[in-house]
Design a protein around this ligand. Structure first.
Ligand code: AMP
Ligand code: GLY
Length: 447
């Protein structure tokens, strides 16, 4: 089969790595991909939000199966467009993608189906939003309704901070039309956890648990990021909590999808706050999490293509899914300055010569522009595609440079978390680029 993976981050590298292990996969394309992905797939320089371009490419290249990584194209309806072309595609349609693209849509859904979540109100009028400052006490949670690259949530500590957040979102439009509507909600306390699930419209199957670290600095300090690391399985999950989450949240969510005519197929990412009075939903995402995916897929012992096809075909209930008992850790190496302004084009060294149990998933990387061999493969190129490279071998050239905020995910797999942690940090010691920053406490629970 010929596959197309849409996206170009660490999540897509992990998905490509896992799919390349399937004996039925003949060739993988990735749009736009990155330097690391090019060792497994033909990277095609079409951006993930260029839906017309991706449709044209998929048709011309006779793609059999597509996998959509990021939320942007899902929210813009890429799945509906691929389906119109008769291309099988893994990911939810536009209607279902509102569960990530609109916080108000999700809050209404949760309330309608009595699924535990923070109390909330929605506002389209700035004067009314200002009058609602402090209605649930402090701190106050203020959210842009639409997609804002993970930055649309502000936790305001006082009146002045709340006022300026509302103005920035609604009148300065720092996130454009995402701030046309606001959701103001009660602040929840507890431990945050995320559960990734496969959903085929009729069945919901949670994956192995994982824990993400959202803050930039050790000890959960500093501003939020896309995610600075993850480990699996999560130390806070046990059978009792898993059953509670299934009964109070996952099963009612699936029943809600069916009642509302949401034919959800793909990955549902459930962001939870586990507090004294049980788990509550903070948010839904409609895709694999990044970097949770890297740590989770390393423990998957079943062919990912089989699972994805069973989701698309509505056969998930009959699909076996096996997870390894091993522990995995993924530590993100980020560019200096991230999540604020950061530089690009810094040379990365030390990527080769990694031991077997270390995998490096690339996120913001590319080959240096002056490298004559860096042309990204076009549709016709056989390029450097090699299924034998499914081991995630390093790009063969040394001129890999930084091209994004989150640059690499260095991951290890071992029998114990201590071993995995030791291995990952030993590997990180060998990798350098200008300004590199990473957390040293991934895998250690932080409350
Ligand atoms: P979201 O984009 O909705 O996941 O929010 C981003 C982050 O803001 C979450 O991961 C939480 O850390 C925090 N957050 C969002 N909503 C709440 C809430 N109601 N109470 C406490 N923290 C929240
Ligand atoms: N790691 C959080 C996310 O993917 O949104």
């Amino acid at each position: 089969m010929k596959l197309l993976i849409v996206g170009g981050g660490g999540r897509e590298h992990a998905i490509a790595w896992k799919l390349a292990q399937s004996p039925r996969v003949e060739r993988i394309y990735c749009s736009p991909g990155n330097a690391g992905i090019s060792s497994i797939a033909d990277c095609v320089p079409i951006q993930a939000d260029d839906i017309a371009g991706l449709c044209a490419f998929a048709k011309e290249s006779a793609i059999d199966f597509a996998v959509i990584g990021p939320e942007g194209p899902l929210a813009a309806g890429i799945v509906d467009e691929f389906e119109k072309l008769g291309i099988r595609v893994f990911g939810p349609n536009k209607k279902c993608a509102q569960l990530e693209a609109s916080k108000a849509f999700t809050k209404q859904f949760l309330d309608r189906h009595c699924i535990p979540t923070a109390r909330y109100q929605e506002f389209t009028d700035i004067k009314e939003a200002i009058l609602a400052i402090g209605i649930y006490g402090w701190p106050m949670v203020i959210k842009a309704d639409g997609l804002a690259a993970g930055k649309g949530v502000i936790i305001a500590e006082d009146q002045a901070a709340a006022l300026s957040a509302i103005k920035e979102l609604m009148s300065d439009k720092v996130f454009g039309s995402a701030g046309d509507k606001l959701v103001i909600e009660e602040f929840l306390t507890g431990i945050e956890a995320s559960v990734l699930c496969f959903v085929d419209g009729k069945t919901i199957v949670p994956m192995a648990s994982a824990q993400d670290y959202k803050k930039i600095y050790d000890g959960d300090k500093g501003p939020n990021t896309g995610g600075m690391g993850a480990y699996s399985p999560s130390l806070i999950f046990n059978e009792e909590l898993e059953n509670t989450i299934r009964n109070l949240i996952l099963n009612p969510t699936l029943a809600g999808f069916m009642a509302d005519g949401l034919d959800f197929k793909g990955v549902l990412f459930v962001g939870l706050m586990i507090g004294k009075d049980g788990p509550k939903v903070i948010e839904f995402n409609v895709r694999f999490g990044d970097p949770e995916t890297q740590s989770v897929l390393m423990r998957l012992d079943t062919d990912l293509l089989d699972i994805m096809e069973s989701v698309v075909d509505g056969r998930l209930a009959d699909q076996q899914i096996k997870w390894s008992e091993d522990r995995t850790i993924c530590v993100v190496l980020a560019a200096g300055g991230y999540p604020g302004e950061y530089s690009k084009g810094d040379i990365i060294t030390g990527l080769d010569a990694m031991p077997e149990e270390i995998l490096i998933f690339h996120a913001g990387t590319q080959f240096a522009e002056d490298d004559p061999e860096t042309k990204i493969a076009g549709p016709e190129a056989v390029g450097n595609f090699s299924l034998a490279a499914a081991k995630c071998s390093p790009p063969s050239r040394s001129s890999v440079v930084t091209a994004g905020g989150r640059v690499l995910g260095v991951c290890a797999r071992a029998k114990t978390s201590e071993e995995a942690s030791a291995k990952v940090y030993q590997a990180i010691d060998k990798i350098t680029f200008n300004g590199v920053q990473y957390r040293k406490d991934i895998g250690i629970i932080v409350e």
